[in-house]
Design a protein around this ligand. Structure first.
Ligand code: AMP
Length: 401
């Protein structure tokens, strides 16, 4: 029997998330997470298909120890990394720069290029690299594929990808808009076309990925033409803890007048802004609860969040010219009916509306929430980044076999 399993690894600086999928039916054979690697109280949580979670707490010094612990857990269910049924390992890599426009089989040259991109992704790429190196050491014979968060956005035209700053300076420092969450935008835009019974080439979609991090994208005929995140994930929508768009001069002001350091401002804008900065909570459930109780601060945070979202819907409507569907996805987009309702409220003249009863339905399935006669479909499409990484990885490995 040919190998049909793909292990998807998402390596952070102190965590590894993993899923083992069987590509014959896209089922999850196991999912899990190792947290607090190299810290006190490291923890592994492993859930095999059809079974309850198994938890393990104890010292896990580094990514090597983490992956070995994962391999051991998988072995207990007969799913070990040495299994001939394992076809490949797919790695999520955050930044592929302009170089990586597609999933790529990892070799030394690819590793060197991901390393060269560290200056534009100082937090993520080193952790991703560590995960890749560790997995390669464990199974040097197995194809390992890098799937880049930026790849889907490399089709953006220069008019959308460039900042209006001095070209030489921009190029010297590789400053441009790369965009992130690309795997999710790719998956959701395709799944939205499918929901409409069309091929991706036939439809224009605005994807709103609203999780703790949030981004919008304009997808014309299956290709991304604009997205809201930029050089880093800080640009664009209001997020759980990130400010999104603001006048860049705020930073000079904070340095000159506020006497804040670069690192302090970085932390302020990435970790202490957005919803949490505005009202002290970054969980939309809690914010809605407070709004319903009449909390003014939570209401203002919600209104700012929605105002920004609406601006992007309008902007991408104009960028695309014709819009067939708007798709809401990720934690907030999939679950918060109030956000979906508010985001399209008053946009009837653009053909946008939600049906209250459909919007209130809770489901894990892709679904339409617009009225039957709506000009533009409004959809809720649950994202599945792991499945997309596994699918892309498997396709590449099958192709080269
Ligand atoms: P993600 O980054 O996609 O995992 O999304 C996480 C965010 O989704 C959380 O911070 C919450 O704000 C939001 N979220 C999750 N479940 C719900 C829910 N039932 N209602 C509203 N927001 C939710």
């Amino acid at each position: 029997m040919s190998a049909t399993r793909v292990l998807v690894l998402n390596s952070g600086s102190s965590s590894v998330k993993y899923q083992l999928l069987d590509m014959r039916d896209s089922s999850r054979l196991a999912v899990g997470l190792v947290e607090r690697i190299g810290e006190e109280g490291s923890r592994l949580r492993h859930t095999p298909q059809g079974g309850g979670p198994r938890e393990w707490t104890g010292p896990i010094a580094d990514h090597d120890a983490a992956l070995k612990a994962v391999a051991e857990e998988l072995s207990k269910d007969g799913l070990g990394l040495d299994s001939p049924e394992l076809a490949a390992i797919g790695h999520r890599v955050v930044h592929g720069g302009k170089t990586f426009t597609e999933p790529t089989v990892i070799d030394e040259a690819v590793l060197a290029e991901i390393e060269r991109l560290i200056p534009v992704a100082p937090l993520h790429n080193p952790a991703n690299l560590t995960g890749i190196r560790t997995a390669r050491a464990l199974r040097p014979d197995l194809p390992q594929v890098a799937v880049f968060d930026t790849a889907f956005h490399t089709t953006m035209p220069e008019s959308a990808a460039r900042y209006a700053i001095d070209v030489e300076t921009a190029d010297a420092h590789r400053i441009r808009r790369y965009g992130f969450h690309g795997t999710s935008h790719a998956y959701v835009s395709r799944a939205t076309a499918e929901l409409l019974g069309k091929s991706p080439e036939e439809v224009n979609v605005i994807v709103l990925h609203l999780g703790n991090g949030a981004s919008a994208s304009a997808v014309r005929g299956g290709r991304c033409v604009d997205t809201s995140m930029g050089l880093t994930p800080l640009e664009g929508l209001v997020m759980g803890t990130r400010s999104g768009d603001m006048d860049p001069a705020v930073i000079f002001h904070l340095m000159r007048v506020g006497k804040m350091s670069t690192d302090e401002i970085d932390t302020l804008l990435n970790k202490k802004s957005g919803l949490i900065g505005l009202c002290g909570d970054n969980d939309m459930r809690e914010i809605r609860r407070r709004v319903d109780e009449g909390d003014e601060q939570a209401k203002l945070a919600f209104d700012i969040y929605i105002h920004r979202l609406k601006k992007y819907i309008g902007a991408y409507y104009a960028v695309l010219g014709r819009v067939d569907a708007i798709a809401f996805t990720a934690g907030v987009g999939e679950n918060a009916a109030s956000v979906r309702e508010a985001a399209v409220a008053g946009l009837q003249s653009l053909g946008l509306a939600v049906d209250d009863a459909l919007n209130a339905v809770r489901s894990d399935e892709p679904r339409l929430i617009s009225p039957a006669d709506a000009r533009v479909a409004v959809a809720v499409v649950p994202t599945d980044e792991e499945l997309e990484i596994a699918t892309q990885t498997y396709a590449l490995v099958e192709e080269s076999n």
